[in-house]
Design a protein. Structure first.
Length: 238
């Protein structure tokens, strides 16, 4: 999978992404022997990238982990606005890992992270239509909310597949819902709730594919087991 060169250089631990951009401007980076420029891309798995004539080291150890992301953290590796990142929470995993998909700053719960780009792309590919389940606490006109959300087929002019929704509990104008989707459009559940006249108070991802968040504490992470990885591979093929 091709990536911007500054990202590849930073991932190899040579320097920050911003410093890598300066290396590119200075003509100190080559890809397969050819001088590279800012904006160029390469495939770290197949291309030879050198800085000052020295090839980047490749970390061949594959890491797969699950994080229980808290609210208030972004899923980018670094943030120009200085916000806290999910990468900070998994810095002790022994590798530079990337989020698999999105979980916006105000949302929490299960977030997969890995340094295996091919595995990540397989999980994200639309053809797999992999389920993601969320527990959503909402306020507003909650009576019949599950039915209204499940009936949505058009989201601000964009066609979506129907969600599977069930009510977990209701108390006056507040309710908790289980919402299962396949597509994962940008902020899809929040947009669906807004369209149904509901305000989201809490949004937590509790399941992705065959993986469940379980009792993993907020802000903590763990490696996936070999059995979990095998189960995921099976769900991709089914």
């Amino acid at each position: 999978m091709k990536e911007r060169l500054q990202k590849i250089i930073a991932a190899a631990g040579i320097c920050s992404r911003r410093a890598a951009e300066e290396l590119l401007r200075q003509g100190r980076v080559r890809v397969n022997g050819q001088s590279a420029a800012l904006g160029d891309q390469a495939d770290p798995e197949s291309d030879i990238v050198t800085v000052d004539g020295q090839p980047l080291r490749r970390d061949t150890r594959r890491v797969y982990l699950m994080l229980n992301k808290p609210r208030g953290y972004v899923t980018t590796l670094s943030d120009e606005r200085g916000r806290r990142t999910a990468a900070e929470l998994v810095s002790g995993c022994g590798a530079r890992v990337y989020p698999v998909g999105r979980l916006d700053m105000d949302s929490e719960g299960l977030l997969l992270m890995t340094n295996d780009g091919a595995w990540m792309q397989r999980l994200l590919h639309p053809s797999h239509q992999i389920e993601k389940e969320y527990r959503v606490t909402v306020t507003g006109p909650v009576e019949g909310a599950a039915q209204r959300l499940a009936a949505i087929r058009d989201l601000e002019g964009e066609r979506i597949r129907p969600a599977r929704v069930r009510e977990l509990w209701r108390d006056g104008s507040k309710a908790a819902l289980s919402v299962t989707i396949h597509e994962g459009k940008n902020r899809q559940i929040r947009r669906m709730c807004r369209q149904a006249g509901l305000a989201v108070r809490r949004l937590q991802r509790v399941r992705e594919h065959t993986l469940t968040l379980g009792d993993l504490p907020v802000g903590q992470w763990r490696y996936l087991t070999q059995q979990e990885l095998r189960d995921l591979e099976g769900s991709e093929k089914s």
